[in-house]
Ligand binder design. Structure first.
Ligand SMILES: [Zn+2]
Length: 273
């Protein structure tokens, strides 16, 4: 191995141990072994795979030890790193957006990475369609009796805090759900489908579930996020004196804080991966 290559491997290993770089930039898992050398971030194997899927025009991925590095590329990793890249690409992450962890399903992690670098949602907030307070569209809903999926139109409204769905157009909604009572989770293992979501609520003393799918992963994550945004808004209306940090969802760590935090903890508890 030439001297400079040897030096670069050692330099990268040293950079990867620095605070911020010692965890994957996207999911927080320990000891990342990969990097995106144009963006300047350290990544775990799984997130490196997602970065590669974005295409080299967005992210250029290398292994810290197994690939050959140019001096200038190592220099760029030194200049940027995870802390500075977060300041740049995560400037405006809405408080209702779920920041993925390593135990989250692929669909959430992939859409987080695409939102950040492909759609630039957190640097250009006008790209955040799910924060508008209204969303409508078709989702495939599992029938209660036949277990088959049927297209149903769903409408989410922040102004009255409801999610409703329609079996037939121009008729009354089949159900009107209060978002504040709704738990939303991804259910890929349960439904054997990556782009699936489980909506749960309590009715007549029992827990009911609604299972929905969409063939576009971006769409299902938009619905998931939009419901969280409406729910956060309803909490803020219900508890006007609470600060944003009190009502915002706690994703990375569930603190033993106030009741609102516990509500959010419960909100994510139903996730089954
Ligand atoms: Zn990762």
């Amino acid at each position: 191995m030439p001297m400079s290559a040897d030096r670069n491997v050692n330099l990268l290993a040293e950079l990867a141990r620095r605070p911020g770089n010692s965890e994957c930039n996207e999911c927080g898992s320990k000891k990342p072994e990969w990097a995106s050398y144009n963006i300047g971030v350290f990544l775990c194997t799984r997130c490196a795979g997602i970065h590669r899927g974005l295409g080299a025009h967005i992210s250029k991925v290398k292994h810290l030890k197994l690939d050959r590095w140019e001096d200038s590329q190592v220099e760029h990793m030194k200049e940027v790193g995870n802390v500075a890249a977060k300041l740049k690409y995560e400037q405006r992450v809405p408080p209702c957006y779920r920041r993925p962890t390593e135990s989250d399903p692929q669909v959430l992690l992939e859409q987080w990475i695409r939102a950040k670098y492909e759609r630039l949602e957190f640097t250009n907030p006008e790209n955040q369609v799910y924060t508008s307070g209204y969303m409508q569209g078709f989702l495939m809903k599992r029938g209660k009796d036949d277990n088959k999926y049927h297209p149903r139109r769903f409408v989410l409204q922040e102004k009255d805090g409801t999610l409703r769905y329609f079996v037939k157009e121009k008729k009354e909604p089949k159900a009107i759900l209060n978002v504040i009572d709704l738990n939303v989770a991804f259910a890929p293992a349960k439904l054997d489908c990556a782009n699936s979501m489980q909506l749960s609520f309590v009715k007549d003393g029992g827990t009911r579930h609604i299972f929905v799918l969409h063939n576009d992963p971006e769409e299902i994550v938009k619905w998931y996020t939009a419901i969280r945004c409406v729910k956060l808004h309803r909490y803020q209306v219900a508890y006007p004196s609470a600060s944003e940090s009190e009502v915002r969802p706690i994703d990375r760590q569930i603190s033993q804080g106030n009741n609102l935090t516990k509500l959010w903890a419960h909100f994510d508890e139903l996730c089954e991966y």
